[in-house]
Design a protein around this ligand. Sequence first.
Ligand code: FES
Length: 270
Amino acid sequence: MAEILPRTIFLERQRSDTWWIEPVLVLLGLGAFIVYATWAAFQGDHYYTVSYLSPFYSPLIYVKSGVAGSAPLWHSLLGEWPSWWPSYLPASPAFLILMFPGLFRFTCYYYRGAYYKAFAATPPGCAVGAVPQKNYKGETFLLIFQNLHRYALYVAIIYLFILTADAVASFIYEGTLGFGVGTLVLLLNPVFLGLYTLGCHSLRHLVGGRKDCFSCAGSGPINGVYRKVSWMNRHHKLFAWVSLIWVGLSDAYVRLVSMGIITDWNTWGI
Ligand code: FES
């Protein structure tokens, strides 16, 4: 018969360290990012300037012409903004693509641990009393949804190629090769995202851990890949934050240059 665990009292603990600092920082950091990303997605403008495309809007499925700071029509995969788009929603290309990286982050094993603690306090920290639950429903609803992570990983890997292509394309403005601060910003973006994505627990399982037996994993190239993925996995939290902050900064940089609030230093002299 299953043992019934005693109910905890919220915030009851035996630890005396500053355990609360991390969940508070996660609450503020993740909260700020969600607010900014949602705001930026709703704008639908100023996502393109010089030859820089904001990663929040890439890949561009459709483009609405004539919008300030929008990309040229040739940049979109399917052309002009569709007439079937509901009029109550802003015509923002970000709406068509942000759900995929959003799903990847939301279901990430690291972020799950972080936002369960910071946003739901279930529990707020290790060995700290959780918000009392009426009854535990087991592995249902949200916990089943979280299993989508392994599939979101495949899409996230495709995004790495797309964002790398954007970074390469940012070196060419009107047929002339050059570079600017924006080029560097967009180049670092897939690097940081790659360090985060390729350290994913699901990927680590795929490239070696799936055997559920370290000594059975064998030697050779698979083991080498497994070791590299494991190194990135050990720093997963760090890369999760660096990549999150950088992707937000990349959008902000493109937006501010497009709006004329800051000037991009570049070899094209524009
Ligand atoms: S576990 Fe974090 S990205 Fe997969």
